[in-house]
Design a protein around this ligand. Structure first.
Ligand code: ZN
Length: 159
């Protein structure tokens, strides 16, 4: 089947029904099917869904942001962290001054010891997406070659 460029709006909820994220009131999302631009489990389940359709897609954690890995939770000394100023539970920062360094979340602080969780905040969470497909069209050859959507509804560049 030919791959498409799909435009959609979504509302993302956790198993308790809390809204985690939504595109409502903002621009819809545009992606090239099968290019890893959105999470795999959602990409797979939206294949062939026609424009105008509203659907509910359940994505288990393993097909979304992965299962939680207990080994990713570690205790370090406060002085080892590249953070100036006050630190509190829930803070998120990068462990190195490098834009590709993983983001960690502070889960506990006891004196000079800080417990950090390097799991993605949505790791281990089963996700439910309420989706409305706004538009879909066949992908162009340059889009397939680049692995992402182009044009007014995607991103433009001069390559
Ligand atoms: Zn491109």
């Amino acid at each position: 089947m030919n791959r498409r460029v799909v435009t959609f709006h979504y509302t993302l909820r956790d198993p308790a029904g809390r809204v985690l994220d939504t595109s409502a009131g903002a621009d819809p999302i545009v992606y090239l099917e099968g290019a890893g631009q959105i999470i795999d489990g959602l990409d797979e389940q939206l294949r062939g869904v026609a424009p105008g359709v509203k659907t509910c897609v359940q994505v288990p954690a393993a097909r979304a942001y992965g299962e939680r890995d207990p080994a990713q939770v570690q205790q370090v000394k406060r002085t080892q962290l590249p953070v100036d100023g006050e630190l509190k539970v829930g803070d998120q920062f990068q462990t190195e001054r490098d834009k590709y360094a993983p983001i960690v979340t502070v889960v506990a602080i006891e004196g000079e010891h800080v417990t950090l969780d390097a799991n993605h905040p949505l790791a281990g969470v089963d996700l439910t997406f309420e989706v409305e497909i706004v538009a879909a069209r066949p992908a162009t050859a340059p889009e397939l070659a680049h692995g992402h959507a182009h044009g007014a509804d995607g991103h433009g560049h001069c390559q």
